[in-house]
Write a protein that binds this ligand. Structure first.
Ligand code: BES
Ligand code: ZN
Ligand code: ZN
Length: 493
């Protein structure tokens, strides 16, 4: 589907002649209504449409809760607008503007309207609102009947042109990640991921390298998993953003779990219903690919390399078995206990490859890694692991600001004994059956491959999917992590 765009333009009424509606933000405190639009704009609307907006609110007495919407009819000569859409912005904190934006976006999903939005005075609030406006109108389906594909256009005062550009960039990137995640696995496989990476980065200032077949021999984890589906087999996609003059800039390496379908392999997922959402097990790779498409527009002061570890975890006669021992990139041997814990094996190769060859200043991996992370934090927070407290604070704060919230989890040293194996350097379950901290033990396993780098692991199994079509999210893939990573990288300017 086409991505709805935000535009900045003059808010002079004569320039608004063509919009279908005007959205105005408001709050209610102790029965008193206030507008979050500039007073001058409210007065102008009241004059032109001969309406008293405060009286209208007093009469209908809405709650003013963030995301509440109600409309009143209006008309004026030579102006097309036939309604004012009041949008509740609650206490006017960022999460309120997100709720307001997604509510309005949802209202106009699949319609072909033009709406002028006057909902905030502060540029940062406009940006948050704008991103959520686009995200709330997201839809993906392969319906052949009753498919609503029309796209609305949203206009903002041109004093916010910069924020509107940023909001378009962020929302477009999240939208693209969602499209990749929503695509079913009979269509997407590792080779399809390569095609998408080429297509999406076509006009970006990045280089792309793809490893397949024999070239993947040193990558024992990716190979062990991906070979379960020999047609087309695993791929490692390396995308580099390194513009002229960037040699001495900090180097960020992003490693993404790109399991295009996770059956669990020989340790087949049970109950079988657990498999249904597993087309989304490549969310980490989708998020990172989307982030890479934005860099040449952001011009961050950082070199960025993405490693998308793409494989299907299938059940077949070439599947890896419990009890097999594999050799990861760099030589560490690993005893496989449960083939459903495949994500850490493909990530370990990516982390080791980055540590041994790419000299990263920051090493960040993003993965739908464990059901345990979802049990611990559910869908509103990603589980963040790092031993670097300043990075943890940075990611936490940017998460609250951007809407991709992460919670700092412990890398508990006492659980490391679980990583021992009688037959290999490591056992890949990390003793999760003893300690029950499945997301923590998975992180401890990954840490062994990150060397001494500044490393952050984001287990996004919870927030990468939404169980319902509500708020900013559709049912299914959310694109969680795109905003957080872009804001972080952009901030390194
Ligand atoms: N892809 C799953 C994790 C997952 C579960 C993501 C639910 C999203 C929703 C992962 O590969 C997996 O199967 N992990 C196992 C690990 C276990 C076998 C140690 C898990 O979490 O159950
Ligand atoms: Zn699995
Ligand atoms: Zn998985």
């Amino acid at each position: 589907m086409e991505i709805p765009q935000l535009f900045s333009q003059s808010q002079k009424i004569r320039d608004l002649a063509k919009v279908d509606g005007i959205a105005i933000g408001f709050s209610a405190t102790d029965g008193k209504f206030t507008f979050s639009s500039p007073n001058s704009f409210i007065r102008e609307i009241e004059n032109i449409f001969e309406v008293n907006l405060s009286d209208e609110l007093s009469f209908f007495a809405p709650s003013g809760k963030a995301g509440e919407i109600f409309e009143i009819p209006i008309s004026a000569e030579n102006l097309k607008a036939d309604r004012i859409i009041f949008v509740g912005v609650g206490a006017r904190v960022p999460s309120d503007f997100r709720a307001a934006g997604s509510s309005l976006g949802r209202k106009f999903k699949g319609t072909k309207k033009s709406v002028f939005c006057s909902v905030a005075n502060l540029p940062a609030d406009i940006k948050v609102f704008g991103v959520s406006l686009v995200l709330g109108s997201y839809q993906w389906n392969m319906k052949t009947v009753n498919r609503k594909t029309d796209v609305s256009r949203f206009f903002f005062d041109n004093q916010f042109a910069r924020e509107i550009d940023q909001a378009n960039l962020l929302a477009t990137a999240v939208w693209r990640a969602r499209d990749l995640v929503h695509t079913p696995s009979n269509i997407k496989n590792p080779a399809w991921m390569v095609l998408q990476a080429k297509k999406l980065t076509k006009d970006c200032e990045v280089t792309l390298k793809v490893l397949s077949g024999k070239q993947l021999e040193p990558f024992g984890g990716l190979w062990a998993i991906g070979n379960s589906s020999p047609n087309p087999g695993p791929r490692m996609i390396e995308i580099s953003y390194a513009p002229k003059g960037s040699k001495n800039w900090p180097h960020i390496v992003l490693v993404g779990k790109g399991i295009t379908y996770d059956t669990g392999g020989v340790s087949l997922k049970r109950p079988y219903d657990l498999m249904i959402p597993m087309k989304s097990d490549m969310s980490g790779a989708a998020v990172i690919l989307s982030v890479m498409t934005t860099l040449s527009s952001i011009h961050p002061r950082a070199r960025v390399t993405a490693l998308l570890m793409c494989a299907e975890n299938a059940l077949s006669r070439t599947s890896t078995r419990p009890g097999d021992v594999i050799t990861q990139y760099g030589g560490t041997t690993v005893e496989i206990i449960n083939t459903d814990a495949e994500g850490r094996l493909v990530l370990a190769d990516g982390l080791a490859y980055a540590d041994l060859n790419l000299n990263p200043d920051y090493l960040v991996d993003v993965a739908t890694l464990t059901g345990a992370a979802t049990l611990g934090l559910s869908r509103q927070y990603g589980a963040m692991y790092t031993r670097d407290s300043s990075l943890a604070k940075k990611f936490h704060d940017l998460g609250e600001k951007s809407g991709d919230r992460v919670w700092h989890m412990p890398l508990t040293n006492e659980y490391k004994v679980g990583l021992t194996s009688e037959v290999a350097d490591l056992n890949h379950m990390g003793g999760s059956h003893i300690f029950r901290a499945g997301s923590v033990t998975a992180a401890l396993f990954l840490e062994r491959f990150a060397g001494t780098r500044k490393w952050v692991h984001l287990d996004i199994a919870g927030p990468s999917r939404s169980d319902s079509d509500s708020g900013e999210n559709p049912k299914g893939g959310t694109g969680f992590g795109v905003r957080l990573l872009i804001e972080w990288i952009a901030g390194l300017k």
